[in-house]
Design a protein around this ligand. Structure first.
Ligand code: ATP
Ligand code: MN
Length: 431
């Protein structure tokens, strides 16, 4: 049952050779005794010419009746033809319908965005969506390769949790056999436990945020690349972020060059070449205030502020040293100014905003307990997390990178949901 040839092979085949392709009918045009089909498979689209008298009569009849997105098997001869897309055409001898479309394919030119999202299960066949999913796969692969080559161990953490990582407001509740549980917002705490055995770890798995803010950059479920490292301070982890982000962009610029063409895009490694500018929160606040944005010291930057701020930059840039009020309790405080954290967010330029959030964690037992209390949290909820600070605690740091955020930026997608196979947003859990 295995396919012998793919559409991409047809483009590499010699003129006159016979080839058998299996794919789906993307479009169909008739010129009298000649029918042109665009045949699509996972590797591309090729024009197939079905001519009465050349292909057997049953095949011509099949081609006449066939509905769009039917699955077919086509045997034919490779012909170079500069008029065809890609310069190659398949002259069909034989066409067999493997799986007909029972009704007219509902997705056609001009249908609206909502219709496409409601029919995402069918829209996934579009060459543009296919291209984005291939690029996504390459991007994750590049990140994994770099992390593994640099001594990081991939770990898999639980999704059901009992205490918030990033504040209670965005937790999804789960009814867990009569107990209260949540879907995790980040696997950071589990990674912090894991570094005492593995030292350098990463995870690539979904995080969940009950974000009601309907922005173009928020999903309720997203794929989170998280990294945690023992014996690392803020500066160390910023270096890792810089090299990793550059490696991902540079890798895509080379490994995805052809696929990017389907989207009419090009990625240049220079757009993410280190070093990245570093801006302190207080400086960023100044920039925003000068632009007339009303925001006070201590407030976190939202999507709007980040958009305005990041328009001032051409390359990714770090914003560091946020006020402790604006960040979660676990952030290490700056010993030279304990009103701010030793944290760094990486913002993508040109209006895109945060793609990485990270920093140094509190490793001192007493400071951590104090910060949990100051934040009005229940120490009982964080028992095991605090326990980590009782036995051989050392400075450690880490970060989280949103895979869809990165694609949103690099592919200049109008909305982050286009980076997902089946996006999850406040308004959408179907299909
Ligand atoms: P934001 O302020 O943009 O809502 P955050 O500060 O809450 O994000 P972190 O907790 O720092 O996000 O998460 C680390 C990374 O995970 C972010 O930099 C981003 O890339 C990604 N991320 C966070 N929330 C979302 C979301 N709702 N949808 C998609 N990606 C997200
Ligand atoms: Mn953040």
């Amino acid at each position: 049952m295995f396919k012998k040839y793919y559409v991409k092979d047809a483009f590499l085949s010699e003129e006159g050779s016979e080839i058998e392709l299996i794919g789906w009918v993307r479009s169909k045009r008739r010129h009298g005794r000649l029918i042109f089909l665009d045949l699509r498979d996972s590797t591309g689209v090729i024009q197939v010419a079905v001519k009465q008298g050349v292909s057997d009569s049953k095949s011509f009849e099949n081609a006449l009746e066939i509905g769009l997105e039917s699955a077919v098997m086509v045997r034919g001869i490779i012909k170079k033809d500069p008029r065809a897309h890609g310069g190659v055409e398949l002259h069909c001898n034989n066409l067999k319908v493997l799986g007909p479309s029972l009704e007219d394919f509902p997705i056609r030119k001009g249908v609206g965005l909502k219709f496409l999202l409601d029919n995402r299960h069918l829209h996934l066949r579009s060459p543009k969506v296919v291209a984005i999913m291939k690029i996504r796969s390459i991007l994750m692969d590049i990140a994994r390769r770099w992390l593994r080559d640099n001594g990081f161990i991939e770990i898999n953490c639980p999704t059901f949790i009992t205490a918030a990582v990033e504040g209670g407001a965005t937790l999804f509740n789960v009814e867990y056999f009569g107990r209260k549980a949540y879907l995790t917002q980040s696997v950071q705490f589990y990674q912090e436990a894991a570094i005492y055995g593995l030292e350098k770890v990463y995870s690539l798995q979904p995080s969940f945020r009950a974000e009601l803010s309907r922005t173009r950059r928020h999903l309720t479920e997203f794929w989170h690349l998280e990294v945690e490292m023992a014996y690392a301070e803020l500066e160390d982890i910023m270096k890792i972020v810089e090299v990793l982000v550059y490696t991902m962009v540079d890798g895509l610029s080379r490994e995805a060059r052809d696929i990017l063409k389907v989207l009419g895009k090009e990625i240049k490694s220079e757009m993410a070449e280190p070093p990245y500018p570093r801006v302190k929160y207080s400086e960023a606040l100044q920039i925003l205030n000068n632009k007339g944005v009303q925001i006070n010291w201590g407030e976190d930057f939202g999507a709007d502020e980040e958009r305005i701020l990041s328009k001032e930059f051409e390359k990714p840039f770090f914003v560091t040293n946020y006020p402790k009020e604006a960040k979660a309790f676990y952030h290490m405080l700056d010993p030279t100014d304990p009103s701010v954290c030793l944290n760094a967010d990486l913002l993508a330029p040109k209006g895109y905003g945060e793609i990485v959030g990270g920093g140094q964690r509190i490793h001192d037992y007493h400071l951590l307990v104090e910060r949990i209390r100051e934040n009005g949290l229940n120490i009982e909820d964080y028992k095991w997390y605090v326990d980590l600070r009782r036995y051989g605690s050392i400075p450690h740091s880490g970060f989280g990178l949103g895979i869809e955020r990165m694609l949103w930026w690099l592919l200049e997608l109008p909305h982050i949901r286009s980076a997902c196979l089946f996006p999850r947003t406040p308004a959408r859990v179907y299909p």
